[in-house]
Ligand binder design. Structure first.
Ligand code: ZN
Length: 292
């Protein structure tokens, strides 16, 4: 297992972590400058932030600072209530793959979607099995295009509390079943993003990480699970402030040969997004050394 205690060589910042500073939106170029200033070598930006700043400008800044992208957030949201919706999702994933290529991301992260309409407040139906089959079909189509341009796709299993509105793939086992079905040759084109927030509780986590192996372990996301958690989406903790055995999970991932970045991804309406982003980044660097 790599020693993170002396430096932050393998730290990546998911840009959602400082999407707000002192409660107000922070533009992506400012986020990039703040990371580069600290010698942070990688980021993982969100599409809405890239769109707001302009893909060309973001691409230029990333190159200028020599930053890597540990991932690009995000593609997915495959299920839909009708054919037009399915096609719109297919087209949107193509665009996401193209953007990820332009930014030279290590992978496009997929949050696969749940029941269509649920995220907006009204599910079109209750058939989660249908959603799951649409997800598999959607990933298959996206994979065909992603392969042609050389962009790996990383399925991110989300905690089951998001099954209705965000992702009906909720365990590593489910994600890996899809990988095995669509990429039986383990080519590296399709794998998983292991986010400790979503999977720490899973009794099969260690064995499924071993099943994934190096070829399927495309990203590693860290934060912490607070007790109590005040908000199911936006109350993620800083590493070390909660109950996840982050270093243990990192060991399992690295035992398989994963040697990529440890990406800090914290959504925190009530705490970290209220603080100054300089303080948040400095804390991420410190906790990367002590709690990851
Ligand atoms: Zn994540």
């Amino acid at each position: 297992m790599r020693d993170f205690s002396q430096d932050h060589h393998w730290l990546s910042i998911n840009t959602a972590t400082i999407r707000k500073s002192n409660g107000t939106d922070l533009p992506l170029p400012v986020i990039i400058e703040a990371c580069a200033r600290r010698g942070i070598r990688a980021i993982s930006p969100w599409r809405d932030q890239v769109t707001a700043a302009g893909l060309a400008q973001v691409s230029r800044l990333v190159k200028q600072h020599g930053l890597s992208l540990s991932g690009y957030c995000r593609g997915g949201m495959f299920p839909a209530a009708d054919a037009a919706g399915l096609k719109a999702a297919r087209d949107d994933n193509r665009r996401a793959i193209d953007e990820a290529r332009e930014l030279n991301a290590a992978c496009l992260v997929l949050v696969v979607g749940g029941l269509p309409g649920a995220l907006a407040g009204k599910a079109a139906h209750k058939d989660i099995a249908l959603s799951r089959s649409q997800v598999t079909d959607g990933i298959a189509q996206a994979l065909e295009y992603a392969r042609s341009v050389g962009m790996p796709l990383a399925i991110e299993p989300l905690h089951p509390m998001y099954a209705a509105d965000r992702a009906c793939i909720n365990t590593m086992e489910q994600a890996l079943d899809v990988c095995d079905e669509l990429d039986p040759g383990r080519t590296g084109a399709l794998g998983v993003a292991v986010d400790v927030y979503h999977v720490w509780w899973d009794p099969k986590l260690q064995s499924q990480i071993a099943r994934a192996g190096k070829e399927r372990l495309l990203a590693f996301h860290v934060c912490d699970w607070l007790t109590p958690t005040a908000d199911l989406l936006n109350d993620r903790g800083m590493m070390g402030d909660g109950v996840i055995e982050i270093a243990k999970i990192r060991r399992w991932v690295e035992d398989q040969g994963f040697a990529g970045f440890s990406e800090v991804e914290i959504f925190s309406t009530g705490n970290w997004w209220q603080r100054d982003h300089d303080e948040v980044l400095d804390t991420c660097i410190a906790r990367h050394k002590t709690a990851v």
